[in-house]
Design a protein around this ligand. Sequence first.
Ligand code: NAD
Ligand code: ZN
Length: 254
Amino acid sequence: MAVDRDAFTRAGALLRQAMDSWSPVAVLTGAGISAESGVPTFRGPDGLWCGFRPEELATPAAFARHPERVWEWYHWRRRLVLAAMPNAGHRALAALEAVAGDAFTLVTQNVDGLHRLAGSRRLVELHGTLLEARCTRCGRVEPLPPEATGIPRCPACGAMARPNVVWFGESLPADAWARAQRAAETASVFLVIGTSAVVYPAAGLIEIAAASGARVIEVNPEETPLSGLADCVLRERAGVALPALLREAGILDA
Ligand code: NAD
Ligand code: ZN
């Protein structure tokens, strides 16, 4: 893949301009940013688990029918994530936040906790986290011990717990969505990183940002259905593109 130097120069200038004027910068990340940490994406070649597609596991109907199977999948994904480390892409976004401060929001669709581990704090976890369980009766949320297996039970009421994530067909937590929407509406630069832009309503944030006047920068080795909304497209892996973009913007040392 030929690297488009011109796109990096233009994207770096947009980011520099936003920093210089303390204009709000927002970021939307998807599974692609964690791919270089060894966490499989849903739509990549490693997306299947025991022959099941994620759409057959990450739904309320799948959990109602086969809670043990769904939990086994989440235990497997959680163990993968616990063995993973943030990569240069996660670290670059933590560095960007350190410079941008209050004018920065990182919205992630990821449930792997790697942004937090990298030091990001102005973070909206739209789809929850697979490091926690939530009671199906009283809603109590508990961290999962690394060695957890089987179907966890609620320590307060004894009912079955479920992963504390948002499944296909469920609505997003209202406060997280409100923060994400506000960030998209007010951003002057909106970075979209490693998302296939097909899971709604999260993908709608790109449309909201573009319609509200943000300059959109996409970082993804592949084209997506919303690539056309981007002012600059960086067809490169996040772990390579983001440090390069920050150097271009003068945020990281060359
Ligand atoms: P997705 O699997 O649908 O798409 C991944 C995207 O990342 C693709 O467009 C791919 O081209 C791109 N990509 C692959 N490697 C990349 C790299 N090194 N750098 C940059 N981009 C790269 O993921 P999605 O759009 O996030 O949507 C799927 C849903 O799956 C989300 O709701 C998310 O919650 C969930 N999910 C989360 C994780 C995680 O937490 N790490 C992992 C898998 C799925
Ligand atoms: Zn309970």
